[in-house]
Design a protein around this ligand. Structure first.
Ligand SMILES: Cc1cc2nc3c(=O)[nH]c(=O)nc-3n(C[C@H](O)[C@H](O)[C@H](O)COP(=O)(O)O)c2cc1C
Length: 500
C-alpha cells in the first residue's frame, strides 16, 4: 500500500506546484513553486525560533530571557537565583547601581514581604473611602476583552491571596473580576460600565455598576503609553455576550472607544469631572496618562494648587507600556519613556508643593526588582505591573495579543485556548510573584540599610554616565531629592511601616 500513499503525495505536490505557478498574489511562490512555502513557514516560526534558539539572555524585548526566567521562577516558588555571576557588561552607560552598606539590616523578611503604600489614598481631598493600600505593588489595568475571563479571574483570585489591588482596565466590570480581590474600577473614553445607551458618561450607571462590590477607588484613563491619543475598536465578532454585559454595549456590533473624552475637554472641566466622580462614589479618584506635551502637566499642577481640587492619584504610564492591540507608530514613537515622563510630572507637582498630597503611581516595565526600586526611590508611591503579571500567570511573550490566538489562553477570547489556563493554579503563581517582587525590593533596601524602597535616596542609587562617572539616580533624571526625601515624606514612609 505504500505506493498508494506515495502516489497521493506526488499528486498533492503537483497540485501545489500548479497552484503556485498560476497564482498571482505571491511572487516568491510563482518563481519558486513548492520550496517558496518554506519561507512562509520559517517566517511564521521566526519569533519562536528567535526566542528559544537564537536570542541571548538579555537580548529579547520587551522582557529578556533573564527577566522572564526570574518572573517564572518567582511565580512558581522555584529557584530564582542565577549562577556564575553577571553576564551583563557592567560598564555600559545608563547602568544603575545600588550602593549597599557594609552594615545591612539583618532582620528577617516575612514571607508575604509587606510593603504598604507610603500614603493614604484619598486623604488630601478627604474622600469618605480614603484608605492606605496594603501593597505598594499592584495590578495595572488590563481589560476583560483584551485578556480572557480565565486570566482576569486568575489575577483577581491572586490579588485576593496577596492583598494587592486589581485594576479592572477600561473594559468594564465582569463576573471574572469578582473572586475576592479588591478593585480599582477604571474607565476610559468608551465609558464601559458607566455609559448610557448613547455612549455618554452616566454617574447613575457608574454607581449601579460598583455598588456593593469591592471597588476601592476609581481611575479615569486619559491615555495609555502604548497607544496615547488614539481610540480603539473591538470588532463585532469579539463582542461576546459576557463582554457586551460587562461593557454595557449591544452584542454583535463593533465597539468603538473614541480618541477623546466627551465628559470633559480641558483642565478645569477635567478637575470638575474628577470631583463629580468622587462625590457620587465617595471614593478616591485618580487619572492615568502617558506623557506627551509637558505644558499640560504644568498647568494641571498649577490649577490643582490654586483650587485645592483634583485627583487623589496620578498614574504615569511610560511609552514602553503594553497593550492588547495598538498601531506600531504609537507604540514606538508616541509618548515619553517612563523615566523621563515621571520626572517631568513629579517636577510639575514639586514646583507647586503638592507632592506630599498626591499619590504617584507608575507603570512601564516596572515589575522587576531593579526598576521597581528605582521608581520608588524617585518618588513613585505605587508601582503597577501589567505584562509581568501576565508572565506570572503563564504568558510566554508570544506577542499575539492582537490576533486573539494567544497560545497560553491569557490574551484571547477563544474558549479552546482559554481552557488551558487554570485560574486557581495561576492565582497562586500571581500571588507568589507579587510577594516575591516585594521580597526582592526589601532585600535590596535592607542591603542598602533602609527599611522601605522609597527610602532609597541619592546616596543609595546611582547611574553610570557615558564618561564612566557615577551620578545619583535623582540627578540623572532631574528629580529633586530634597522633595522625594523631604522630612515629611520620610515621616510618611516611617508611619506606613509603623516604625518607632
Ligand atoms: C493586554 C493588555 C491590556 C491592557 N489594557 C489596558 C487597559 O484596559 N487600560 C489601561 O489603562 N492600560 C491597559 N494596558 C496597559 C497596562 O495597564 C500598563 O499600563 C502597561 O502595560 C505598562 O505596564 P507593564 O510594562 O507592567 O505592562 C494593557 C496592557 C496590556 C499588555
Amino acid at each position: 500500500m505504500w505506493w498508494l500513499w506515495l502516489l497521493i503525495l506526488l499528486v498533492v505536490l503537483l497540485v501545489v506546484v500548479i497552484y503556485d505557478l498560476t497564482q498571482r498574489q505571491h511572487a516568491i511562490l510563482r518563481n519558486f513553486p513548492l520550496i517558496g512555502h518554506l519561507r512562509y513557514l520559517i517566517e511564521l516560526m521566526g519569533p519562536e525560533l528567535r526566542q528559544y534558539v537564537v536570542a541571548d539572555n538579555d537580548e529579547e524585548k520587551p522582557f529578556s530571557r533573564d527577566e522572564r526566567r526570574w518572573v517564572y521562577a518567582t511565580a512558581k516558588k522555584e529557584n530564582s537565583y542565577f549562577g556564575f555571576g553577571s553576564d551583563d557588561d557592567l560598564t555600559q552607560p545608563n547602568r544603575v547601581v545600588f550602593r549597599h552598606t557594609p552594615f545591612p539590616l539583618a532582620e528577617p523578611i516575612p514571607a508575604t514581604a509587606p510593603i504598604p503604600c507610603t500614603k493614604i489614598l484619598g486623604k488630601w481631598r478627604e474622600r469618605p473611602g480614603a484608605f492606605r493600600p496594603a501593597s505598594a505593588v499592584n495590578l495595572s489595568g488590563m481589560s476583560f476583552g483584551s485578556l480572557s475571563g480565565a486570566a482576569i479571574q486568575a489575577l483577581n483570585r491572586g490579588a485576593a491571596i496577596d492583598g494587592c489591588l486589581h485594576n479592572t482596565g477600561e473594559g468594564g466590570l465582569s463576573q471574572h473580576h469578582l473572586h475576592g480581590g479588591d478593585l480599582i474600577f477604571q474607565f476610559g473614553t468608551g465609558y464601559f460600565g458607566c455609559r448610557d445607551h448613547t455612549g455618554l458618561f452616566s454617574s447613575d450607571v457608574l454607581v449601579e455598576t460598583i455598588s456593593n462590590l469591592p471597588v476601592r477607588a476609581i481611575e479615569i484613563k486619559l491615555s495609555q503609553g502604548a497607544k496615547p491619543g488614539v481610540g480603539g475598536m473591538l470588532p463585532a465578532a469579539k463582542v461576546t455576550k459576557e463582554i457586551a454585559v460587562a461593557r454595557n454595549v449591544p452584542q454583535g456590533h463593533d465597539v468603538v472607544s473614541p480618541s477623546a473624552h466627551s465628559a470633559f475637554s480641558d483642565i478645569p472641566t477635567l478637575i470638575e469631572f474628577v470631583e463629580h466622580v468622587a462625590d457620587v462614589t465617595g471614593m478616591p479618584v485618580g487619572i492615568k496618562s502617558a506623557v506627551g506635551q509637558v505644558d499640560f502637566w504644568v498647568r494641571l499642577a498649577r490649577h490643582m494648587a490654586r483650587t485645592g481640587k483634583g485627583p487623589d492619584f496620578i498614574n504615569v504610564d511610560g511609552g514602553e507600556g503594553g497593550t492588547g492591540a495598538g498601531p506600531l507608530v504609537f507604540a514606538d514613537h508616541v509618548a515619553l519613556p517612563f523615566w523621563e515622563a515621571f520626572s517631568l510630572v513629579h517636577k510639575a507637582f514639586a514646583d507647586v508643593g503638592l507632592t506630599n498630597e498626591l499619590i504617584f503611581a507608575g507603570a512601564g516595565r516596572l515589575g522587576l526588582p531593579t526598576q521597581a526600586a528605582m521608581a520608588m526611590a524617585m518618588g513613585v508611591d505605587m508601582v503597577n505591573v501589567g505584562r509581568e503579571a501576565m508572565l506570572a500567570i503563564g504568558c510566554v511573550q508570544a506577542q499575539k495579543c492582537h490576533t486573539g490566538h494567544c497560545p497560553t489562553g491569557v490574551a484571547t477570547q477563544s474558549k479552546w485556548l482559554e481552557r488551558g489556563l487554570d485560574p486557581t493554579d495561576k492565582a497562586v503563581r500571581l500571588a507568589n510573584y507579587m510577594s516575591g517582587l516585594r521580597y526582592e525590593l526589601l532585600r535590596l533596601s535592607y542591603a542598602c540599610g533602609v527599611r522601605h524602597p522609597a527610602l532609597l535616596g541619592p546616596a543609595e542609587v546611582s547611574v553610570r554616565w557615558v564618561d564612566g562617572r557615577y551620578r545619583s539616580l535623582h540627578d540623572h533624571y532631574g528629580v529633586d531629592s530634597s522633595v522625594t526625601h523631604s522630612a515629611e515624606r520620610v515621616n510618611n514612609i516611617k508611619e506606613a511601616l509603623v516604625l518607632p
